[in-house]
Design a binder for this molecule. Structure first.
Ligand code: PLP
Length: 358
């Protein structure tokens, strides 16, 4: 049996796939797949609204905030956020902690006034920078990336960011831990790590930010999507259907508190294998900045790294190759990855070290 640690496009719980299979050609006794039902009909609307309610319940989202299901991935949010939220005379502030926040910042530069106020680039994004930014009245918002998928760093304490309009890209760690939603102006996440398949992006936005702006095209306007309950145009029906099943699975499993506990324990066994290796494995991220979602590490030579990939695959372990900009290895352990997979990887790492270590 193979086990996988790839960073994407998604990792789905087995129970979710089983239910999707059972309902494939007969959703609720209708003889149709959910994709074939009208997105204005009661069958689909039931799914759509249940997914929204589950998001609200799982993350304890207060009535001050709206949940939207959009398309275009997190990358479209890089553009929609500045288009909708930079008012004239205001500047958007960005904290750079990796390639994704750099991309978000670059996109905002094309759209309005913005500035990078803190950066971790000096450490090659191995460490999260010191958070010494104090908000100013002229800020449109402050943008952060909560988990840096490529480098394997994750802000441990999101309370450190005190900003009236905090905007967070949580694409790779949403639903992995509890959040205090009232601290955010906007949270967005491409669904494909912890929420379901690609094709749908979840946005949680404080309602006072839903301002109508005539210069923003309708399809790119948060206000238009909110007014239409995310049904302004045809939604990605099957992606939202699967997202709803994943949210149901998280609820049944004990919610985000349980997810946090599981993710911590899963990450711990792999970090232990790194830390107890006397330098045979080198963690890419500094220990204080480590992510519980993406674990990055290297070996001392290319030859040894090639051998590691070869032997891991011989042992049924796949998807460990690091992102091309960092090299080495990355074990992505999203919510749906079970503890046993992480135990197997840690065990394999120990055996590999016994074989090749000095
Ligand atoms: N932001 C983060 C933190 C990501 O990990 C990714 C993709 O891995 C993206 C943004 C880009 O997401 P998308 O492919 O949905 O545009």
């Amino acid at each position: 049996k193979r086990i996988y640690f790839q960073a994407g496009p998604t990792t789905l719980p087995k129970e979710v796939m089983q239910q999707a299979k059972e309902e494939w050609d007969d959703f609720l006794g209708t003889g149709l797949n959910i994709m074939e039902h009208s997105h204005r009909g009661s069958e689909y609307e039931g799914i759509h609204n249940q997914a929204k309610t589950r998001m609200k319940r799982l993350l304890d989202i207060p009535d001050t905030h709206e949940v939207l299901f959009l398309q275009g991935g997190a990358s479209l949010q890089f553009a929609m956020i500045p288009m909708n939220l930079i008012q004239s005379g205001k500047t958007a502030k960005y904290i750079l902690t990796g390639s994704w926040s750099e991309k978000a910042y670059k996109e905002a530069q094309k759209i309005g006034s913005c500035e990078a106020v803190v950066t971790g680039k000096d450490s090659e994004y191995r460490a999260l920078p010191e958070m010494n930014y104090v908000s100013s009245e002229n800020d449109a918002y402050l943008h952060i990336t909560s988990n840096n998928t490529i480098y394997g760093t994750q802000w441990p304490d999101l309370h450190a960011f005190k900003h009236p309009n905090l905007v967070a890209d949580m694409s790779s760690d949403i639903m992995s831990r509890p959040l205090s939603i009232k601290d955010y102006g906007l949270i967005y996440a491409g669904a494909q790590k912890n929420l379901g398949p690609s094709g749908v992006t979840a946005v949680i936005i404080r309602k006072d930010l839903l301002q109508e702006n005539k210069s923003v095209p309708s399809i790119l306007s948060y206000c238009v999507h909110a007014k239409n309950n995310s049904l302004y145009n045809t939604p990605p029906v099957y992606s939202i259907y699967l997202l709803n099943l994943v949210l149901g699975w998280i609820e049944k499993s004990g919610g985000v508190v349980e997810m946090e506990k599981r993710n911590h324990n899963k990450a711990q066994v792999i970090y232990d294998a790194i830390d107890q290796s006397n330098g045979f494995y080198n963690g890419y991220a500094t220990p204080e900045s480590r992510s519980n979602m993406n674990i990055t590490f290297t070996l001392e030579s290319d030859a040894l790294e090639k051998q590691f990939i070869k032997e891991s695959e011989e042992n049924g372990i796949y998807g460990l190759k690091g992102h091309r900009s960092v090299g080495g290895f990355r074990a992505s352990i999203y919510n749906a990855v079970p503890q046993e997979s992480c135990d197997s990887l840690a065990q394999f790492m120990k055996h590999f070290q016994e074989k090749y270590g000095k």
